[in-house]
Design a protein around this ligand. Structure first.
Ligand SMILES: Cc1ncc(COP(=O)(O)O)c(C=O)c1O
Length: 251
């Protein structure tokens, strides 16, 4: 974020982009909005977009696209096989995450579906820092269950703990021992735990979780949907990471 300084000394933050496509919004009178909420049974999923001024239900696919993103769509190579677009994406994923294998899916919930179908079996348990709605559904649909092992501070609304998305390492180890490693398809760590207000985990905690997974031979799955937010908090709050770049932290 850049700033501009005015003659009277105040610094004003500036957005370093300009918006070139706009969508008209409507602001219905408050009586109509109340009626719409009541008609929807107070369920935000049943509201009609025509009654909404500012949609904050989800971050999924509702943001403006940049000129570079739109231009990339024109460069897309839709060959049936061997597509250049796939190779470009694969190279970028390798560069950023350092992973050898890469399987693209169109959305997070599609990834959850694939992972659950492949790994979750009836009677298995997936330990995680906190669940996300569709994640839990896919695990349960495949006969598994979840166990939430957020640190105790994680659910205290007034706590100023810096990493409330951390997983409780002792409880994780105890859980794997109790169920048996063969009943744990994977351990799931969610970056920027969505349903508890975007709380991050620390890199140190992730390393510890990885250590426990290695100890028991259990895979670790990272739900990176909100990775950017978590990276920001690691860089600004975790002393050992202050001098690292975002790319280094991601790797
Ligand atoms: C933590 C988390 N996991 C999974 C998803 C599902 O991703 P998608 O909306 O791309 O299906 C979301 C969406 O917000 C999310 O926040």
């Amino acid at each position: 974020m850049s700033e501009i300084k005015f003659y009277y000394g105040d610094a004003v933050p500036l957005e370093m982009h300009k918006v070139r496509i706009v969508q008209k919004l409507e602001l219905k009178p408050i009586e109509r909005r109340l009626q719409a909420v009541t008609e929807a049974g107070n369920n935000t999923f049943l509201l009609k977009n025509r009654d909404i001024y500012l949609d904050m239900l989800t971050d999924s696919g509702v943001n403006a696209m940049s000129d570079n993103q739109l231009a990339a769509m024109m460069r897309a190579d839709d060959s049936y096989a061997g597509s250049e677009t796939f190779t470009r994406l694969e190279d970028k994923v390798r560069e950023i995450f350092g992973k050898q294998f890469f399987l693209p899916a169109h959305q997070g919930r599609a990834c959850e579906n694939i992972l659950s179908q492949v790994f979750v079996r009836p009677g298995t348990v997936v330990p995680m820092n906190y669940h996300f709605t569709t994640v839990k559904s896919h695990i349960v649909l495949n006969g598994g269950s979840i166990e939430e092992l957020t640190i105790e501070e994680g659910l205290k609304a007034t706590s100023s703990c810096l990493f409330k998305g951390n997983m409780d390492i002792d409880r994780l180890r105890a859980s794997i021992k109790r169920h048996g490693a063969d009943k744990i398809p994977f351990v799931r760590l969610e970056a920027g735990t969505n349903l508890i207000g975007g709380q991050p985990f620390s890199l140190e905690n992730m390393r510890e979780v990885r250590g426990v997974c290695d100890e028991f031979g259990v895979p670790l799955v990272l739900d990176a949907s909100l990775l950017a937010d978590n990276l920001y908090f690691i860089k600004t709050r975790e002393a050992a990471c202050k001098t690292l770049s975002f790319r280094d932290i991601t790797l």
